[in-house]
Design a protein around this ligand. Structure first.
Ligand code: DPP
Ligand code: ZN
Length: 846
């Protein structure tokens, strides 16, 4: 499918009425579409395999068989059978939710009927113009003996065994949802700024009520924040959130009825970690923010996915920055971006935030569309300023409310609101790849002038050999050699392939603090001495740049060590300085103590033109951790003692920051004490954060048997905790132990591959063990391929997404590459392989 082929739908959909009788094996869906012709041609509706069509009528009369064609994925009614002007099309189909293991459309999760329609799930419910630019108000009647019956919009009426819902806001089918089940609500109220009273409910299974409170609190915070930060109010009388255990994505922003993966709703101190809590707060906000950026204003077609996702991620990042520490949030986001999106951009799956072709849209819910989409908006805001950004967003909401839009519409509001020409900027949306920014410095002592010479280039990506220069906002500050800031942050706007910027009136040669706040998603190459880096680690006023200096010092060391060099004493010295600083925010300290992950080291080596050796990388990282722990044991112990949080547990920024510093210290010290401290932390742990921090180290030290047995016994009935049990073991195991451990877990009866969380837990946990996944004998690739082959017929979306575990194969040596290719070819050769997985494997192999 190609962006260039977009054509408007030649009908107008005035209203959608659904009457659905739910039954596990045969649910009956009656639809009535009020339509009007706006052009010539037949009426073509989308539908999937699995629709058992019982009747198709126009204005109450059956469509004659000669005018009706029901093909594999389309229902076509010939031109001549269609009345002029308005008419009603009614269809009755039967579907089988219980057989639906792909979890797309209507399915059952633990006895709860629920739906997932983004991107193209609605066509598995009934025949429909299943495209985001066809929007209509929905009136829905649900019939079932389940006690709770929910759909989009406001409740109209209900009685025993039925309920009617009406959603007045025109929406595309991908935002449709229904839920029917035995559920309990944890409820609250919200008064919007203009006085609308909204009933809030978080629906969970009986017994889970005590773990839903945090989600409800997060919702209230998100609703208030969107009013203050963006002037956006909620627009219905109710807002429902439902938690289900089987869900392909994290959550879904259906109008007025968000459906969530239960791992992003349910939390208690005993079962969820601090990062789980932070993630719940962020995703509840993300889905809520979609009500304006996604639902009120949606996408014209799926090529524009980043219009809603990039913007909504950007908004949820801003929200978390305001709720917690902005500096820490920024660094965490950059770590994720590099680990996932830079990795994607550097490999065979590279694509622009707005792709112009795809086979299967579900394969484009990617880090590039989401996280890079958000970075692009961050750059835009930096270029037009906070006021310009606010004016542009106000104009966007005014001008496009109720519409299905494009990236062009989005950029146009910025142009109109700020008078800027964004022609060149648009390349960020249309071009793939991470630009490489190279900087050289010329210092003229006599004139007191520093000239920064930049060059940008972007390596070719699939289908895009040439990359014209982009606009890159480069935030720069200058520090004097004693660490004072002599020039505060200034944003240089680079537009050419090569460009220089001069700073005058300097007393002495400064040290450049570059790309402050990570002002653009680029990689940086600059010649900088270790002592200059160390100065930035000690004194940079920009927290991101400061962290980046430490991170790159560590990266340089690790890359050198993985290539056989000894460690760099400058690094341990710089760490000493960081540790000695008393006033540092603990969450920031934890990030400063973090070493780049093994996969990041491999990526960096590949970027520098070397072939990474996973075993050498693992040894190097372990050696460096051991050395840092040995050098700084005393102060690390102090940190562990100081950061022991008082009771009661709270998942707030202050406490979780302290715990993260404590566990970062524990991770280092566990390298030199055989896991003794980890055992002590485990024995006294009062919450899941400490348990998981300690357990990771116990597994690494090979003494986790007792802890694992306890966990299994205590939490056997808790799927979310057991997911952690499945993840942490292969992830933290020594590389040569990870595969047997993963195999043993896969053989357990509770390894249920129909549950996406459980599958991701184990296979993803194994995949996160870099040296095990990339074992020289290919056993890691084979293990992953075996399971992708097994899950593909059950759930193609999950199979396809997990293929990205294998996307980095071109980085490695010829032996590993051959093993990876064979594993991928084995998947590709599978008879009946899903289109989703076929597309991924083909692209990865290309
Ligand atoms: N529910 C997914 C998200 O919010 C897809 N829209 O990103
Ligand atoms: Zn989203």
């Amino acid at each position: 499918r190609f962006l260039a082929d977009y054509r408007p739908w030649p009908f107008r959909l005035i209203e959608t009425r659904l009457d659905i009788t739910l039954a596990p094996r045969g649910s009956c869906v009656r639809s009535e579409l009020a339509l009007e012709r706006t052009g010539p041609g037949p009426l073509v509706l989308d539908g999937g395999a699995g629709l058992h069509t019982l009747s198709v009528c126009i204005d109450g009369a059956a469509v004659p068989p000669e005018a009706l064609a029901i093909g594999g994925e389309a229902l076509t009614i010939g031109d001549r059978a269609l009345p002029e002007g308005r008419f009603t099309l009614s269809c009755t189909v039967e579907i089988d939710p219980e057989a639906n293991t792909a979890l797309e459309g209507l399915y059952l999760s633990g006895g709860i009927f629920c739906t997932q329609c983004e991107a193209e799930g609605f066509r598995h419910i009934t025949w429909y113009p299943d495209r985001p630019d066809v929007m209509a108000p929905f009136r829905v009647t649900l019939r079932s003996d389940m006690p709770v019956l929910l759909s989009n919009g406001n409740p109209v009426a209900s009685g025993p065994g039925w309920a009617e819902w009406h959603d007045p806001w025109p929406k595309p089918a991908y935002l449709f949802a229904l839920v029917a089940g035995d559920l309990r609500a944890v409820s609250g109220r919200f008064a919007t700024s203009s006085g609308r009273e909204v009933a809030l409910n978080v629906w969970v299974r009986p017994g889970d009520e005590d773990r839903a409170g945090f989600a409800l609190e997060s919702l209230v915070k998100a609703m208030r924040w969107d009013e203050t930060a963006y002037g956006r109010e909620y627009d219905l009388d109710v807002f429902n959130i439902v938690a289900v255990d089987d869900f392909n994505m994290g959550a879904m922003e259906n109008k007025g009825l968000n459906i969530f993966n239960s791992r992003l709703v349910l939390a208690s101190p005993e079962t969820a970690t601090d990062s789980d809590y932070e993630r719940i707060e962020a995703v509840i906000a993300h889905e809520y923010f979609h009500n304006w950026t996604g639902n009120r204003i949606t996408c014209r077609d799926w090529f524009q996915l980043c219009l809603k996702e990039g913007l909504t991620v950007f908004r949820d990042q801003q929200f978390t920055s305001d709720m917690r520490s902005a500096a820490v949030k920024r660094i965490e986001d950059v770590v994720t971006l590099r680990a996932r999106q830079f990795r994607e951009d550097a490999g065979p799956l590279a694509h622009p935030p707005r792709p112009d072709r795809y086979e299967e849209i579900n394969n484009f819910y990617t880090a590039t569309v989401y996280e890079k989409g958000a970075e692009v908006i961050g750059m835009l805001r930096r270029l037009v300023g906070d006021d310009g950004y606010r004016r542009a967003l106000d104009l966007y909401f005014d001008r496009h409310d109720g519409q299905a839009c494009t990236i062009e519409d989005w950029l146009k509001v910025f142009e109109d609101a700020t008078g800027r020409d964004l022609t060149q900027f648009k390349r960020w949306y249309t071009d793939a790849g991470t630009p490489r920014l190279t900087m050289a410095e010329d210092w003229d002592q006599g004139a007191g002038r520093l000239t920064l010479r930049f060059r940008q280039d972007t390596a070719p990506t699939p289908g895009q050999p040439d990359k014209p220069p982009r606009v890159i906002p480069i935030a720069v500050g200058l520090l004097s050699p004693n660490g004072d800031e002599v020039v505060p942050t200034r944003v240089l706007e680079m537009t050419d392939a090569e460009q220089s910027f001069a700073f005058d009136g300097l007393g002495g040669r400064p040290v450049v603090s570059l790309l402050r706040g990570f002002s653009a998603p680029v990689t940086v190459d600059r010649r900088i001495s270790r002592s200059e880096r160390a100065l930035l680690v000690a004194h940079d006023t920009d927290p991101f740049a400061r962290w980046e200096a430490a991170d790159s010092l560590a990266m340089d060391s690790l890359v050198a060590m993985a290539a056989g060099a000894g460690s760099d004493p400058a690094l341990s010295y710089a760490y000493g300085g960081v540790l000695a600083e008393r006033a540092m925010d603990p969450a920031f300290l934890a990030l400063m103590l973090r070493l780049p992950a093994e996969d990041e080291i491999a990526a960096e080596m590949a970027r520098r033109g070397a072939v990474p050796d996973p075993d050498a990388i693992h040894r190097a990282r372990e050696a460096l951790m051991t050395e840092l722990a040995t050098d700084h044991a005393r102060v690390l112990d102090q940190i562990m003692a100081e950061m022991d949080c008082p009771l009661p547990y709270a998942p707030d920024a202050a406490q979780s920051g302290a715990r993260s510093a404590r566990l970062a210290a524990l991770a280092l010290l566990s390298r030199i004490d055989g896991g003794e401290r980890a055992q002590a932390v485990w024995d006294r742990a009062g919450n899941m954060t400490e348990r998981m921090g300690a357990l990771t180290q116990l597994i690494r030290a090979g003494r986790a048997e007792g802890a694992l047995a306890w966990m299994e016994q205590r939490f056997a009935g808790n799927r979310l905790v057991m997911d952690k049990f499945f993840t942490v073991q292969p992830m933290a195991a020594a590389p040569d132990r990870a595969l047997p451990v993963a195999r043993a877990l896969a053989a357990r009866p509770d390894f249920d591959i129909r549950n996406p969380n459980r599958f991701r837990a184990l296979i993803g946990g194994f995949g996160a063990n870099h040296a095990a996944l990339h074992a020289a004998d290919g056993s890691g690739y084979d293990f992953v391929a075996d399971w992708l082959i097994r899950i593909d017929p059950v759930n193609p979306q999950i199979a396809a997404r997990m293929c990205s575990l294998l996307e980095t194969w071109p980085r490695y040596d010829e032996g590993r590459r051959a093993h990876a290719r064979r594993a991928l070819e084995r998947i590709a050769a599978l008879p009946g392989l899903s289109g989703n997985t076929a597309e991924m494997v083909t692209r990865i192999l290309a």
